[in-house]
Design a protein around this ligand. Sequence first.
Ligand SMILES: Nc1ncnc2c1ncn2[C@@H]1O[C@H](COP(=O)(O)OP(=O)(O)OP(=O)(O)O)[C@@H](O)[C@H]1O
Length: 429
Amino acid sequence: MIRAYLRQTNVYFTMQQINHLWNIKLSKAPERQPLMNGLLDKKYCDAFRWLEGIHVRIISPKTILKFIDEELIHDNEAILKQNGQTLNSMSSGERKQAFLKYTLNQKPEALILDHLLDNLDTMARKRIADLLETQSHLSGIINIYSRDDDRLPFLTEEFTYESQELKKESLVEPVKVQTKTEIQYPLPNPLHEVSIFDNPLVSFNQVSVSYLDKCILKNISWVINKGQFWHLYGPNGSGKTTLLTMITGDNPKAYGQDIKLFGKQKGSGETIWGIKQKVGYFTTNMTFQFKRRQTVRDMIISGFFDSVGLYHIPSDQQIKLAHEWLDFIGLAHLADHPFIDLSMCHQRMIMIARAMVKHPPLLILDEASVDLDDESASLMTGLINRIAQEGETTIIYVSHRMEPGLNPTHSFELVVGDGGSEGVSSSLH
Ligand SMILES: Nc1ncnc2c1ncn2[C@@H]1O[C@H](COP(=O)(O)OP(=O)(O)OP(=O)(O)O)[C@@H](O)[C@H]1O
């Protein structure tokens, strides 16, 4: 890359016509892995040859998690919020913004963004787009995205990546979202009779949570009854994940609060294991925890044991039920494939089946459509709607964007105010 410097004014700029400012739309989610693996391993194909020998930084879910791992191992606190908070304890949206600012300070000559705008609220998207527009005068930028909303309009060249080839586009056609009807099998029956709990399944009464003396959740009251399908939403950092971890049992702040789970007061002797048996949970970061080459079948079976990987000998019935779930999601042909080699969409469907295999009374899906393309998101929407319609399971679906075609019965919005977020419940039908 050729650069020009205005030494007198102490400002430097890169000649616009020489900078590579690319939007790359993935035509399908399965294209993402080979593209990102090539870029992470610096195995550049001809189109990316210009990245050789220059200072390239990649912002992707993987590079952020790698940074957090190193932060924890080496006690390295290179990225801190003003209040001293580490990257690990920030919300997912806050992390992306903090990691971007840190990366820009490294003065990269090229910046590769892997679905950076996905999963961000409107204000955060605007802040990040402004930062990147300024950066576009200083370095090359490659913005890899799957949803049309995530295109950066100030980047000058448009590409699609399809069949491992980069194609230049004059105008990126919006992808027509099709409602897929590929789920033909009935919802599998549970292995054992599912315990019936009285209403409400979950209730929060005037629950408040603070971190570092800052109130995050303020007087939250929320009643979740059997068979309901909730959409939980609110801006980045409003406390959605904090609220969910009070249900899943991972948050010590839940103790001493008026929370009832499955008919019992929180803190009245229930074990985390007991709660985990009743809650199917999926969050995008979980996918990256599975690093061993386990088969798709074993991944689904591991849902019975809530383990990261399969370390138990499953019963014949458990294996049979895992196959029924594979039939249900239309991926029976992948049973013996290593999970980590699959596309993001297939991994996501399998993780949902894994969360459901024990037929939990409550299924929590945290940002399940993140990183998917329109078609994959539509397939996943169909799967969730089927589980909601045919099963006994109550669903909490967390997202910033409302997926077209998703049919929640209720919504719970976290509205950020000066003294913390307050909750607003609505019935949608
Ligand atoms: N252990 C912690 N220490 C300090 N602050 C924390 C901790 N955990 C969460 N927070 C703060 O609490 C707020 C709520 O975080 P949470 O992850 O619940 O938000 P969220 O609504 O899920 O956000 P996002 O949409 O970005 O994922 C954030 O400002 C976060 O930085």
